[in-house]
Write a protein that binds this ligand. Sequence first.
Ligand code: DCP
Ligand code: MG
Length: 366
Amino acid sequence: MSDQNPPALRKIIHIDMDAFYASVEQRDFPEYRGKPIVVGGKPDSRGVVATASYEARQFGIKSAMSCSKAYQLCPTAIFVYPRFDAYSSVSKSIREIFSRYTDIIEPLSLDEAYLDVTEDKLGIGSAIDIAKSIKDAIKNELNLTASAGVSINKFVAKVASDMNKPDGLTFIGPSKIKAFMEKLPVEKFFGVGKVTAAKMKAMQIHTGSDLKNLSESQLLSQFGKSGKFYYKIVRGIDDRPVRANRETKSVGAEDTLAEDTNEDSVMHDLLKQISETVAKRLEKYQLKGKTVTLKIKFEDFKLITRSRSFPLAIHKAENIYAEAIKLLNDANIGSLKVRLLGITLSRFYDEHPSEKLEDNQLEFDF
Ligand code: DCP
Ligand code: MG
């Protein structure tokens, strides 16, 4: 008899703090409030912008932009160094707030998490009410704002949380998902980077609706394994569970060279330091990773990454360093000068095969 019943729809919330680092700075230093704040390095440094307050964003300042460019855009902005301890403490507090409602919490970064509230601890029932209550707690207890997306799967909840920032709450119910996905620009699709987006545009694929015209095998042949994912996601099918205790997906560190260079000894020294930082972080989280990724940014800001995976996880600085050197050699950078190097360890856990979720369009009580 239960076979006749449709599978129960999940209630998923994605929460993301607004202008996270910058908002914490404005909260802790009242003199920064209402002003353009850039968190990263100093304007004359070679650093990049981690984030900018909404006031600074009005000048076109964005994450990952060089601090010198940010300064050009807004010379009156206040440039501050990040205070990771402060952000990490807020991060712990927001997770404590989430845990009042559910134990199924999957943090994606310090400021962002998925929550499965299909069954919530307080018996509130409505995912929209839970999201409101979480936002209120964050505001009242931490003096910060967050934006929430509420839907039946991770993908839609995440896109939704970004739609009405700051302080937004966006609900995309099951009956709205089809139209929502059809309208969505391809660059908003999970995993669609700039290169894939450009390729799609060249194929006249601009929105979900264009993407839907391609068969699964066409998508597979054009985009490889990701094509299969696009096929499902554009039909609103995302069966990825919210996985608690998988908060750390990768651990890494990166650093800008004092001067652009292609000298092996200088790059090796920096990789050694970075390997030690990564090893310390891994130790802190008690993690070992099966994939090492080397990131190389060249003087023209072009970025490449090179990865290698192993059957056994590694965590020691010397092993990370040795792998990073191999990856650097294999990258064959020739006479190109390097500006920044980074190392990331990932694949701490093996993926579980995901379960199938029916493309179910039933409305239910959110
Ligand atoms: N961050 C970073 N470097 C980046 C992007 C982000 O160091 N390239 C850091 C700073 C951000 C924090 O991570 O405050 C969270 O990233 P988000 O992408 O959520 O950005 P914000 O929270 O700053 O802004 P938004 O309101 O758009 O979420
Ligand atoms: Mg954020």
